[in-house]
Ligand binder design. Structure first.
Ligand code: PXL
Length: 270
């Protein structure tokens, strides 16, 4: 059998993003690939869903079928051997289950899960099945969401990166400050995720505080708050893609996290 590529060069490791397409490239798989490339990793991509959106409006979502996603994945894996895979918008629970199968079979490296629930404009990014086109959403989606992540994907994850609204749903508590962030991180850690990173950008205050819990220690990463003077979406995608790239390049967890946090500021100034 042909040896699969883990890097073109030792300093350019292979990474994979499984996520939705955003045609404006502000978020989703296009943003991931830009970050992977800018940070000198060899990015590969598997599209889970096709969205039509820009920074101010969200048109439609077409999740792909499990079969369509699986053929993409197999084709990438025929040639490449990713060290890390990050997931963003997964489209449907079925696609999430597919990711779980490939992670269990040790085919896609270490898993970094960004449990995306909604776009910045408030549209749910998970659908019940692959048949829709119009975003549906609602309470039943949050139930499917919580089940998929806490029961299927987190037990197999190396790192999970919920933001405040996501952590609130995943842990079932209202996260409103650092104490409740820690409580949520502990609860999410019990699902089996090795490292929980709650990104605190949605909390009020001068600083943006991220909380990292590895099962023993809690670390707070502080940075000055990101000033929104343009219509940005996709900062969560950029953060988790940068984290994936720095880890694949061999940086230690806390260094990679600190660099990814700083990188979001640099990236939006590009
Ligand atoms: O930022 C979350 C996100 C992830 N993936 C896709 C998106 C968005 C937000 O808009 O469109 C495809």
């Amino acid at each position: 059998m042909r040896r699969r590529v883990t890097s073109m060069h030792p300093s350019m490791p292979v990474v994979l993003s499984i996520a939705g397409s955003d045609p404006t490239a502000g978020a989703g798989i296009q943003a991931d690939l830009k970050v992977f490339t800018l940070l000198n990793t060899l990015g590969t991509t598997v599209v889970s869903a096709v969205t039509a959106q820009n920074s101010t409006s969200f048109g439609s979502i077409y999740p792909l079928s499990k079969e369509q996603v699986e053929t993409q994945l197999q084709t990438v894996l025929d040639e490449f051997n990713p060290l890390y895979t990050k997931t963003g918008m997964l489209g449907t629970p079925e696609i999430g289950e597919l990711v779980a199968k490939y992670t269990k079979n040790s085919l896609i490296g270490k898993l970094i899960v960004d449990p995306v629930l909604k776009s910045s404009s408030g549209t749910y990014l998970l659908e019940k099945s692959a048949q829709s086109g119009k975003a549906t959403g609602g309470g039943h989606i949050e139930f499917l969401y919580k089940n998929l992540y806490t029961k299927t994907l987190f037990p197999l994850s190396f790192i999970v990166t919920p933001n405040i609204p996501e952590a609130s749903i995943l842990a079932g508590i209202e996260v409103r400050d650092v104490d409740t962030m820690e409580e949520a991180a502990r609860s999410i850690h019990k699902t089996g995720a090795r490292i929980v990173v709650i990104t605190g950008g949605h909390l009020k205050g001068d600083q943006a505080i991220d909380l990292v819990f590895d099962g023993r220690r809690t670390t707070l990463l502080k940075d000055e708050r990101f000033q929104e003077n343009r219509n940005f979406h996709g900062t969560g995608c950029v953060f988790s893609a940068a984290l994936t790239a720095w880890l694949a390049r061999g940086y230690e967890l806390l260094d990679a996290l600190g660099m990814a946090k700083k990188y979001v500021h640099e990236y939006i100034r590009l």
